[in-house]
Design a protein around this ligand. Sequence first.
Ligand SMILES: [Zn+2]
Length: 120
Amino acid sequence: MDIFCKIVNGELPSNTCYEDEYVKCIMDANPNAPGHTLIIPKKHYTTLFDIDDEMLSKINGTAKMLIEKMEKCIPNIIGFKVAVNYGEDQKVKHYHMHIIPTYSKKSNLTQEEICEILKK
Ligand SMILES: [Zn+2]
């Protein structure tokens, strides 16, 4: 079983910043920037070729919600990269979307601090 299935079913701990019936959002353990978040569907889909449009739409809605919240609540964010990796670039074979903020100047916020902001 992949690590995201284990996180979703509670076998592994994670820094969860949002969850609902369909998705679990966690802070990336090795972030490219503070606020680097992963949106993980609770149901297992291996790659972007396996996931259905209905679930993609829910994930996209979650992405917009997280981006709006970070843009509003975290200083110096000027943009975001939204990425879905595939093939050799996809390290965990359970579909997930990366949300990575870009800052106008370096942020000293930790993943834990941003997680707390997103939970409010
Ligand atoms: Zn999985």
